[in-house]
Design a protein around this ligand. Structure first.
Ligand code: NAP
Length: 248
């Protein structure tokens, strides 16, 4: 099987680590990014140096037309998509719900929820048209926030991840009869740039000692779970969640 995977938001953080691990296993990797072409190119070069195959694709994941174009470009450059990692997620500066505007909340939902549906929709078309669907799989990146609520920080973000948990359950049931598996990872405090966007770059350091494992996690530790869920080793796993949150 020609395994072609799209990792959305693969220029940095968890997406970049996942792209590199998948390439090492022989997947052809579509590295999506929004702005940071240099970082995306570094991920690609890293993969090529390892002897893997990858290409970079700029597309703003909130733009439905751009996503449709992205999938056809991937098919032309790497082949029809067989696996999807829905990874892009954003958060906004920390604040309480009583301070939040509709504009902010809508922006979080527009980035963190709708694109997961649209990317899955396009992926399913490619799975059914070009592959044995029962060899295809999707992993959604949610968050421990969906269980914990992110009080005083970003309840809007936590709620968007709650939507991804429900999306995972519903989509996995819709696709189970085709053998297409849909699973989810829920990272906790992971060392990436996302915390800077929340206004607290050192957030993981602040919280690390409060976690049962007494440390933050790495993008590679999350990527290990994503890679396993996508693989044939997880062939009887669908609608499942792996929590990578240091025991919280
Ligand atoms: P990150 O380090 O902030 O990286 C974000 C990635 O997403 C970058 O590659 C960025 O591209 C891309 N991106 C952002 N907006 C985009 C858009 N509109 N279209 C296309 N690409 C876009 O993020 P991360 O921490 O690795 O997070 C990855 C996922 O894990 C998210 O869903 C996040 O919610 C989840 N998560 C993270 C943590 C954590 O502690 N880090 C915990 C729980 C869950 P550019 O480089 O071009 O900007």
């Amino acid at each position: 099987m020609n395994r072609v995977v799209l990792v959305t938001g693969a220029s940095r953080g968890i997406g970049a680590a996942t792209a590199i691990k998948l390439a090492a296993l022989g997947y052809k990797v579509a590295i999506n990014y929004k702005e940071n072409g240099q970082a995306a190119n570094e991920v690609k070069e890293h993969i090529l140096k390892m002897g893997g195959q990858a290409a970079i694709f700029q597309a703003d994941i909130i733009d439905e037309n751009a996503v449709v174009t992205l999938f056809s470009k991937i098919k032309s450059e790497l082949g029809a998509l067989s696996h999807l990692v829905n990874n892009v997620g954003i958060l906004k500066p920390q604040m309480r719900v009583e301070q939040m505007t509709a504009e902010r909340i809508n922006s979080v939902l527009m980035h963190n929820v709708t694109p997961y549906f649209i990317c899955a929709r396009e992926a399913i078309k490619h799975f059914k048209a070009h592959h044995e669907p029962n060899r295809c799989a999707i992993v959604n990146v949610s968050s421990a926030a969906s269980r914990l609520g992110s009080a005083n920080e970003y309840v809007d973000y936590a709620a968007s991840k709650g939507a991804i948990d429900s999306f995972t359950t519903g989509l996995s049931l819709e696709l189970a009869a085709y053998g297409i598996r849909v699973n989810c990872v829920r990272p906790g405090c992971i060392y990436t740039d996302i915390h800077r966007d929340g206004g607290e770059p050192d957030r993981v350091e602040r919280l690390a000692s409060l976690l049962p494992l007494r440390r933050g996690g790495t993008s590679e530790e999350v990527a290990n779970a994503i890679v396993w869920l996508l693989s044939e080793e997880a062939s009887y796993v669908t609608g499942s969640f792996i929590d990578l949150a240091g025991g919280k």
